[in-house]
Design a protein around this ligand. Sequence first.
Ligand SMILES: *Cc1c(COP(=O)(O)O)cnc(C)c1O
Length: 831
Amino acid sequence: MVFESPPKQDRILEDDAPIRPESGDDDIVAEIKSAILSKIVLAAGKDVKRANIHDWYIAAALTLRDRIVYQWLQSDRAAQRRGDKRVYYLSLEFLIGRLLTDALTNMSLMGPFRTAVEDLGIDFDALRDAEPDAALGNGGLGRLAACFMESMATLAIPARGYGIRYEHGLFRQIVSDGWQEEFPEQWLLSGNPWEFERGDVVFDIQYGGHLDRIEQTDKPSRTLWIPDETIQAVAYDTPIVGWRGHHVNALRLWSARAVDPMRLDTFNNGDHLGAMSEMARAEAISKFLYPSDETPAGRALRLRQEYFFVSASLQDILDRHLHSDGDIRSLPSHAAIQLNDTHPSLAVPELMRLLVDKYQIGWDDAWDITTRTISYTNHTLLPEALETWQVELFERMLPRHLDIIYRINVDHLAAAEKHFGADARSRASVSLIDETGGRRVRMGHLAFVGSHRINGVSAMHSELMRETVFADLNSLYPGRITNKTNGITFRRWLHQCNPELTSLLQDACGAAVLDEPERLRMLEPLSDDRAFQQRFQAVKRANKIALAQTIASQLGIVVDPSALFDVQIKRIHEYKRQLLNAIEAVALYQAILANPEGNWTPRIKIFAGKAAASYRQAKLIIKFINDIGNVINNDPAIRDLLKVVFIPNYNVSAAEIIVPASDLSEQISTAGMEASGTGNMKLALNGAITIGTLDGANIEILEHVGEENIFIFGMKADEVVQRRAMGLDATGIISSSPMLTGVIEAIERGVFSPDDPSRFAPIAHALRFLDHYLVSADFEDYYRAQRAVDMKWHSPEWARSSILNVARMAWFSSDRTIREYAEDIWNIPLT
Ligand SMILES: *Cc1c(COP(=O)(O)O)cnc(C)c1O
């Protein structure tokens, strides 16, 4: 590898520099030190003595980036030379988190960098924490995109992620008096050392206007789109390094800007505000991550964002392909475009528009190219989350695309008529236009029809796709739906976040376990070995002490690291049922009060997660968790047997601290509602035992770890459907459960909200009469399963099961998921 060799500058450090023996390669350490020092001076323009921790972070990141860039250009050149097929991963969200330790681990430079930084007298952990957590996503879907980027680089698949460079990512959550408050997030405020602005990669993105039809003799008529608004998309590239640093891909994020920011004519007329407002309108497109999670967007700005990044990405993909191949028709052999959910569905009509209008390809050929290039990942079947847009909004904003969608629908409905015959219901159900209650474009259907493969994200979810929302489309286009169960990158979610466990695993399974996770199986015989169990538990304990310190310093709550750490960390959503967990805490609290001498298991219930700013019930649940914590944590009669803790501002960095410290993983969604989950995988991989419903990937975790190593409870998906059909009233269930009755009555009496006794009336009401999420219906079985957890906690079986969870999670590596995408969807051979 070629390293730049800046002038040696160690002398700047003078005599107060700490002197300690260097671990490992002295040359590399010295080189890194001198590079960091020169970055402080030459890139930040600061005297080293004036540098603050943020300057040190920037200097370290730039130093590392220099090394990555060589590898990056090499990867690109090699792929180019071989004419490799490339993957383009289109996602409106990338929940990346911090990159420094990720890139250091994958470049195998963690040791030398740590030494170099500490030699310079800087605390490495403080430097790491100075990096803002890049949260360009809401939750699981965005985190999946980030894990996939890392796995594609690791597997040396030439790939590029495409998204939006939001100026403000997901809001920062502050919990004030138990209520969630949202504050803007400012990840770009002090600059982003990872990215390269590509001033030369700029595309025009157009909106609005009207269509002209040009009739041509002896040729089909042509359509001309005359847009009335143009803005520009500017590329910013972030290198993503694979494991061992062999291959580097780019994440290309688009930023919006006005075409002519100065609009001098307007200025000359003195209309400064008019010119500014045009700029603001353009720049608004990449200003904010759309703040909602699994709720209908309903706002025109969101559709503008979707078209903005799809159009820029497709223009870029076609430019690149033409440049390297010269023949637009060979696109499907050289490009695979993956749509992460329906947000990039406009890729279907946009690719058609570019092929037909710009490159003059006939409709049928263009359609063949489109469907062979595009594929689509579905992430949810929740009816309220299935994206649709009013036809009328489409017509105003993207008239040519609506025109193309209608044209696609003509052929599509003709095929449907042939297939379904007189069955008008099925024909209507597959149409790209929903004609019921105002005409709307169905984005999921659009993506489905324009793709050669449509995948679900867990076995159960893919099955439900075939049976429910996409049943008729599946019958019309059989064989297109396939399953690709999600995964997580073990580099971030094991090696990096849990280095102590990783080194124990290397001892037990050999160093090759870092490259071949299947070797984790070698832990199985050790799961009964008392000495190994003790080492394993010592690692867990150290991680729990670290989390306990974080909780103490952030919240002033003291938790005992020897208690069971019971963890539910994810977006706050009614279907994820944080409420079920919280009312179990209340029931347990009441049971301990009633029987203080019982053989109780000391437990810390740890919650973390953000609620969509507009989601009132979810925000009330956050307040509820905080309020019950206030009462329980401060009740001396409980003698610390139970604590309830809400850790604010859940993000990737918080997960990296909480996951390694967890004993019990709460995966308790209403069956049939969680498409996959990936938090469940992170926790099990780090030795937490799952308590969960038969939902999403929990089912596959059960199959892998074995039923004696997981706690399963609750209604199954088909039982949920039946139960709902009988109505949502839970009065009967409550009256047959004295415990649940006691919980709800305490809530209604204001036991947890003495300052406002009716505060939680909406929660009590939902539990009694609107039990859509089956919280009341599943309560007794959940309570029973939790007592089985208590029993096991006190036996050696706990350590055994915990070790077996780690031993059997290899399949959930996102490397496995990406290999499956490459083989079945992208048609990319892997060596
Ligand atoms: C993994 C992860 C998620 C997804 O969690 P689920 O439990 O699968 O919903 C959400 N947010 C962050 C920050 C994550 O790391």
